[in-house]
Design a protein around this ligand. Structure first.
Ligand code: ATP
Length: 298
C-alpha cells in the first residue's frame, strides 16, 4: 500500500507543478495517465485543419475551486496566423487562459475551439501536438544539450537540431563549450542562464513547428539587451502562427495584432497598442506607469 501510495503521490505533485508552469511535457502526460483529470471524450477525433487555425474562446467561465471564479465570461478570437497578447495585474487569470487552451483543465461554461473544433471533442494527443509552449521556466533534463533541444522530436536529425539552435541564437554558445552539443546539462554539467534556457525552449518549439503557439513570458526580468534579443527571436518563431502571448511586461505586446487587458477574470479593454493608448484607459495608465519605472531605473 505504502509502496503504491508514495510514487502516485509524488507523481501528483510533479503533475501539478507541470500544469502550473505550463511546461511542454506531453510524454510525461502519457506516463501519468492515471493522474489525469481530463480525458478524451468517447469517439474523440484528432484535431483537423491545422494550417493557420483560428483559436476562439467563447464566453469561457472557469474556477479552480467552486467558490472562487477565476474567468468570468471571456471571449476573444485569435485570427489565423496572428498574435493576441494578454496583459493585466497579477492573478487576473492570464496564465489560466493558456492552461485551458492546452486542456490541463476543462472550462466550466462556454467553449474553446481550434479551427472550429471544441477542444474537448478532440484527442488530447493531437491537441498537444498542435500547440507549442514557450514556458516561463523551461525544464531541462540531465542529458546532453542536443537531447534537451530535440526533446519532443526524437526523430530530429543533428542537422535539424543545429538549425533550430542557430535560429534561436544559442548555437554559438553551445559550440563555445568544450563538448559542444554533447555537453551534459545540469548540476554537474553545463549551467544555463535564464536567457539561455528560454533559447532552448525556443529551439525546441522551432523543431516542433506547431501551428499554435503560447508564450508565457518569464516574470523574472532578463537584462534588457537579452530581453530585446529574445523578443525578436520570439517574433520570428511566431510569424504565420496563431499565437497567444501571456505578457508580464508591456514592452512585449506593442506589436500584437490585439491586446486584451484582463482584470479579475474579465476582459476590460481590447485593441491595438495605438488604440489603447488613444483610449486613455487602463492600458494607457499601465503603460505610463511602466515607462516611469523604466526611466527611474536608468
Ligand atoms: P501572474 O501575472 O501573476 O502570472 P495571472 O494573471 O497569470 O497572474 P493566473 O495564474 O491565471 O494569474 O491565476 C489566476 C488566479 O487563479 C490566481 O488568484 C491564482 O492564485 C489562482 N490559481 C492559479 N492556479 C491555481 C490552482 N492550481 N489552484 C487554485 N487556484 C489557482
Amino acid at each position: 500500500m505504502i509502496q503504491i501510495y508514495i510514487p502516485l503521490n509524488f507523481l501528483g505533485v510533479v503533475y501539478r507543478e507541470i500544469k502550473q508552469s505550463l511546461t511542454d511535457l506531453a510524454r510525461m502526460f502519457t506516463l501519468m495517465d492515471t493522474a489525469r483529470e481530463v480525458r478524451d471524450a468517447p469517439g474523440a477525433q484528432p484535431l483537423q485543419g491545422l494550417r493557420a487555425p483560428v483559436v476562439r474562446f467563447e464566453n469561457v467561465h472557469f474556477a479552480y475551486a467552486a467558490d472562487r471564479p477565476i474567468l468570468r465570461g471571456v471571449s476573444f478570437e485569435i485570427a489565423a496566423g496572428t498574435t493576441v497578447a494578454v496583459v493585466g495585474p497579477s492573478g487576473a487569470g492570464k496564465s489560466t487562459l493558456a492552461r485551458l487552451l492546452f486542456r490541463f483543465y476543462d472550462v466550466q461554461q462556454g467553449r474553446i475551439t481550434i479551427a472550429g473544433q471544441d477542444i474537448r471533442m478532440v484527442t488530447q494527443d493531437s491537441l498537444r501536438r498542435a500547440i507549442g509552449i514557450v514556458p516561463q521556466d523551461t525544464v531541462l533534463f540531465n542529458d546532453t544539450i542536443a537531447y534537451n533541444i530535440a526533446y519532443g522530436r526524437t526523430d530530429a536529425t543533428p542537422e535539424q537540431v543545429q538549425q533550430a539552435a542557430r535560429a534561436a541564437h544559442i548555437h554559438d554558445f553551445i559550440v563555445s563549450t568544450p563538448q559542444g552539443y554533447e555537453a551534459m546539462v545540469g548540476e554537474r554539467g553545463l549551467k544555463l542562464s535564464g536567457g539561455e534556457k528560454q533559447r532552448v525552449a525556443i529551439a525546441r518549439t522551432l523543431l516542433k513547428d506547431p501551428p499554435v503557439l503560447v508564450f508565457d513570458e518569464a516574470t523574472s526580468a532578463l537584462d534588457s539587451a537579452n530581453e530585446r534579443a529574445i523578443q525578436a527571436e520570439l517574433r520570428q518563431v511566431a510569424r504565420g502562427k496563431t499565437t497567444l502571448v501571456i505578457a508580464h511586461r508591456l514592452s512585449t505586446v506593442v506589436d500584437a495584432h490585439e491586446i486584451l487587458v484582463m482584470d479579475a477574470g474579465r476582459i476590460v479593454e481590447r485593441g491595438t497598442h495605438a488604440q489603447l493608448l488613444a483610449a486613455q484607459g487602463r492600458y494607457a495608465g499601465m503603460w505610463a506607469l511602466q515607462r516611469n519605472m523604466n526611466e527611474n531605473r536608468l
